[in-house]
Write a protein that binds this ligand. Structure first.
Ligand code: HEM
Length: 118
């Protein structure tokens, strides 16, 4: 958000892709996964959950930094950084998807689904 304010003040939107991904991965995705963990404690208690949290936080920081470096410093020098960031984000999402698929049919999650269907 600070970057957004900075871009607005300078009227220079070169770093908009970095700003957008930082906010969406660092705020929206974090908040949505936290809500899921809060709603379904069995998901939060799963063995994968701490790995998902760590990988997602690392990806949410590394990927926007990689995007900013590519924009400012060129694709050839920083291309591998953005690829590493993107793959980290992808791994975090894959872990989260695995957690959701494992827990969506169990316990409280199942009751929630039944409740919303009726
Ligand atoms: C203090 C808060 C924020 C400020 C001052 C700010 C500022 C900006 C600015 C100046 C742009 C460029 C707009 C343009 O060139 O047309 C932008 C784009 C964008 N921002 Fe933010 N932003 C803020 C918060 C957020 C948050 C919380 C999110 C996501 C949850 C977000 C997501 C985006 C996205 C996706 C774009 C790209 C929009 C497009 O492609 O037209 N921003 N923001």
């Amino acid at each position: 958000m600070g970057l957004g304010i900075f871009m607005g003040i300078r009227q220079d939107f070169t770093l908009m892709p970095a700003h957008a991904h930082l906010n969406l991965l660092g705020f929206v995705v974090m908040f949505l996964s936290a809500l899921y963990y809060r709603a379904f404690p069995e998901a939060a208690a799963s063995r994968l959950a701490p790995y998902q949290a760590i990988v997602s936080v690392v990806g949410a920081i590394a990927f926007p930094i990689g995007i900013a470096c590519v924009i400012l410093g060129g694709h050839q020098r920083f291309g591998s950084m953005v690829v590493a960031g993107a793959l980290t984000v992808l791994l975090g999402m894959a872990l989260f998807a695995a957690i959701v698929f494992r827990t969506a049919g169990s316990g409280r999650a199942a009751r929630f689904v039944t409740f919303t269907k009726s």
